[in-house]
Ligand binder design. Structure first.
Ligand code: ATP
Ligand code: MG
Length: 293
């Protein structure tokens, strides 16, 4: 019952067209009327994780589709926690996690998609990209000086560069979807006030100190520029075959629920099944059983 409800509310956060998209229409604190107190949310997440494991097993056995989950967010929005919880029940052999930091010099010797494309999930696998090619229209857009390090021919760096990059990303995601990669993009939408709270607890609680980086506070100073860049990115790349989920991220339990539900929804849409056994294979199985006997 509650699961149906979560699936229904997914529509609220799923963006499949950039037309008229505005970030300010999305509330970071939304929980769609669900509360944590009743234990509903935890039960639901546990059930979801169990079902995900079953779906992933079929995805792997069928070996046709792959799923790419992209996570983008401001610092402390809960990317790591969401990944840790949502994928906690799935077989590690069927998952490939990559975290993308600032590009290395080898990365910079190539086009910007290169390092990401070499990390795409194989058929039958779920790829989790903690940050992604979107950094190229987010952090780089907020800090255009990073472009200098990208060794691009100067004549190719014009005023339309961000629109061009968004076009290229959108085209690449369409290509991937036509190749059997299901592309899901999660923007964990944390509010500026909640981010402040989380930074403070990283400073105050010794076991969280390691998570704090002074650079994160500097980036917070560019909050409005980041939000404008996110809005443009979602507008330019939201598509039916590569939806964005603008996930409310002020309540971690709700973030995880929505991410899990979105993944389940996508996997259920694939009509996954174990490979069918042919007549010849059945005969071979029978023969093998006899030999064992
Ligand atoms: P956490 O802080 O939770 O460990 P994180 O994803 O923030 O995770 P960091 O090592 O803190 O990891 O940050 C990675 C940094 O790399 C981010 O500031 C991000 O913007 C930056 N980065 C990622 N891709 C690019 C890129 N293409 N160009 C420049 N910077 C990038
Ligand atoms: Mg960080």
């Amino acid at each position: 019952m509650i699961r149906k409800r979560v699936e229904n509310i997914l529509d609220r956060y799923r963006v499949t067209s950039g037309k008229g998209f505005r970030l300010k229409d999305f509330d970071a604190g939304d929980t769609a009327g669900l509360t944590l107190e009743k234990g509903e949310a935890a039960d639901l997440l546990d059930q979801g994780i169990e079902q995900l494991a079953g779906l992933q097993d079929k995805l792997y056995a069928q070996d046709r589709w792959s799923v790419l989950c992209i996570f983008q967010a401001m610092d402390a929005a809960g990317k790591d926690g969401a990944i840790k919880h949502v994928f906690s029940g799935v077989n590690p052999q069927g998952c490939q996690v990559h975290s993308f930091k600032a590009p290395t010099s080898t990365d910079l010797d190539h086009d910007f998609l290169w390092r990401h494309s070499t990390s795409l999930p194989e058929r039958g696998r779920i790829g989790i990209h903690n940050r992604s090619w979107y950094e190229e229209v987010l952090v780089v857009r907020v800090h255009p000086e990073y472009l200098t390090g990208q060794k691009l021919p100067p004549s190719l760096v014009g005023k339309d560069i961000w629109t061009e990059r968004l076009e290229d990303i959108a085209a690449y995601e369409r290509y991937l979807s036509r190749q059997g990669t299901v592309v899901l993009k999660f923007f964990l939408n944390v509010s500026k006030a909640e981010q402040k709270k989380r930074f403070l607890s990283r400073i105050e609680e010794p076991e969280k100190n390691w998570k704090f980086s002074a650079g994160d506070v500097t980036e917070r100073g560019h909050w409005d520029s980041y939000m404008a860049a996110y809005e443009a990115a979602i507008r330019g790349t939201a598509a039916k075959h590569a939806p964005w989920y603008v996930v409310p991220a002020d309540n971690k339990w709700f973030t995880r629920l929505v991410v899990g539900a979105a993944l389940m929804h996508a996997l259920e849409d694939l009509d996954l099944h174990y490979p069918k056994v042919t007549k010849a294979q059945k005969l071979a199985l029978e023969a093998a059983r006899k030999a064992l006997d």
